[in-house]
Ligand binder design. Structure first.
Ligand SMILES: *Cc1c(COP(=O)(O)O)cnc(C)c1O
Length: 217
């Protein structure tokens, strides 16, 4: 796969779903990838990237932004409250707002700086004990709480359980977003981004299908 292949598959999925071409944002997930692969995708002109770890992103992106110009960076990994300040300096969007203590911290920091990245509330649609995210029953209350704090909630995000069909999870997330008046849906990864687009994804997070397998060794 390559960036071009993924983009053309996205455009095809948009057409099939009767959605505007180019309406879905590709967040190219560059976590743990060798720098030369990331540089290659930047050189092809892509400017929207996702990272999972604040420290890794902070070590890599300031220099890349100097070289390649404006890059939109999305935080898609769990965010520790004590890294929230660094995250606000670095990221244009945070997809993993998943608990009141983090929402409150972000609200305090955002107020002090006068700006806030676009936020997505992560929902644990599969109710998996080891996974981050607000439980389905708590979504409406949590979104209301974030709004009361003045946070710019753009939408919802989910990571379906690995051993299940993703489509029911995407449909559930879309329903939750709609009833909360949220237009953003961050869902779909390398294996299922076309299904996510069919169900209304506005942001797909694709890593290995663009960059190749990740080597955590
Ligand atoms: C790593 C990661 C992705 C990308 O996964 P691929 O299967 O490589 O496309 C997407 N979303 C999140 C939250 C991730 O951690």
């Amino acid at each position: 796969m390559s960036l071009t292949d993924i983009l053309s598959r996205m455009r095809g999925a948009e057409r099939l779903a009767g959605r505007d071409e180019g309406s879905v944002t590709l967040v190219a997930v560059s976590k743990v990838q060798p720098l030369e692969r990331v540089e290659a995708v930047l050189a092809e002109g892509h400017r929207v990237f996702g990272e999972n770890y604040v420290q890794e992103a902070a070590g890599k992106w300031p220099a890349l932004r100097e070289r390649f110009g404006t890059v939109e960076l999305h935080m898609i990994g769990p965010l520790q409250t004590n890294k929230a300040k660094v995250a606000l300096d670095l990221f244009d969007a945070i997809h993993t707002v998943d608990r009141p203590s983090l929402a409150e911290k972000l609200a305090r920091l955002a107020e002090a700086r006068g700006t806030c990245p676009e936020l997505f509330v992560q929902v644990n649609t599969g109710e998996e004990p080891q996974k981050a995210g607000v439980l389905p029953d708590e979504v409406d209350g949590f979104v209301a709480r974030c709004r009361a704090l003045g946070l710019p909630v753009r939408g919802l995000m989910c990571i379906p359980p690995e051993d299940e069909e993703s489509t029911p999870h995407f449909a559930t997330l879309a329903g939750m977003a709609e009833r909360n008046g949220l237009t953003g849906l961050s869902m779909g990864m390398s294996a299922d981004f076309e299904a996510a687009i069919a169900l209304g994804a506005t942001h797909v997070r694709v890593g290995s299908a663009i960059f190749g397998a990740r080597d955590y060794g």
